[in-house]
Design a protein around this ligand. Structure first.
Ligand SMILES: Cc1cc2nc3c(=O)[nH]c(=O)nc-3n(C[C@H](O)[C@H](O)[C@H](O)COP(=O)(O)O)c2cc1C
Length: 230
């Protein structure tokens, strides 16, 4: 280890924590490449879900979450991550190069890294309890610090519009396959053999040879190979 270069143990430890980031359908659509003094994040297009994510936005958001987790992990291990985004016009999948500078971890760094292993997606029903204003403000500030815009939707009118838009977004268009369960029922992939599992039988759907489920949609009989989720 030098001032500009963590040892391999540190780098692999940080990557292991980064890999715990949330990702769409838990696809983890990223790869890490190690340079001499840098870590590179590459989008793994073979893990994109063409049916639900045709333009790769979910894939990109997932990679962003992994990059965020990498920065948090490195911070706690004593390395400030300087991120250079999309630096290679010839390769749009080369999303970021991370340069490292040694630093003393702060109490905040240690607190944040502890959250990586505690965090998980919570799919329980929302309660009617209001989110405290302090939490909303903190989330807005944290998002801004990460270069993102978080916009709390608190008034009834905008909420109704948003609910409607989400509902429309979840409606399958004719002739397109949809994943069993759809939004709100994403799970780690379950093995299924020829549509014999309870989920496929319930929905009248089927599964491909890799055990991925499809619901039945009028006008659509079997998934095309190009439409398979991974
Ligand atoms: C871009 C993106 C989109 C996601 N969309 C959904 C969704 O529509 N419904 C859902 O229940 N979970 C969604 N998730 C959560 C993932 O399914 C979840 O992160 C993944 O299964 C890993 O589980 P974990 O977050 O508990 O580690 C999404 C996650 C990401 C990053």
């Amino acid at each position: 280890m030098s001032e500009h270069r963590p040892d391999q143990h540190t780098v692999l430890g940080a990557i292991a924590l980064a890999n715990r980031a949330p990702s769409v359908h838990n696809t983890q659509p990223w790869r890490w490449l190690l340079g001499n003094d840098s870590i590179h994040l590459v989008a793994d297009q073979t893990r994109r879900l063409p049916v639900t994510d045709p333009d790769g936005r979910d894939l990109l958001l997932s990679c962003g979450a992994a990059l965020h987790h990498l920065r948090v992990a490195l911070g706690a291990l004593g390395w400030r991550a300087i991120v250079h985004r999309l630096l290679n016009p010839g390769d749009p999948d080369h999303l970021a190069a991370v340069e490292l500078v040694s630093k003393i971890p702060s109490t905040e760094d240690i607190k944040l890294v502890g959250a990586i292993s505690r965090r998980r997606t919570d799919r329980r029903r929302f309660t009617s309890w209001p989110v405290p204003d302090g939490h909303l403000d903190l989330m807005v500030r944290r998002a801004a610090k990460a270069g993102a815009l978080l916009f709390p939707v608190t008034d009834r009118f905008t909420r109704r519009r948003l609910t409607r838009a989400i509902g429309q977004g979840g409606t399958p268009s004719a002739g397109r396959p949809v994943l069993c369960g759809g939004v709100g029922h994403l799970e780690r992939p379950q093995p299924c053999h020829a549509g014999r599992c309870a989920r496929c039988q319930h929905s009248g759907g089927t599964a491909d040879p890799r055990g991925h489920h499809y619901a039945r949609v009028p006008g659509w009989h079997s998934p095309r190979s190009g439409d398979r989720p991974r």
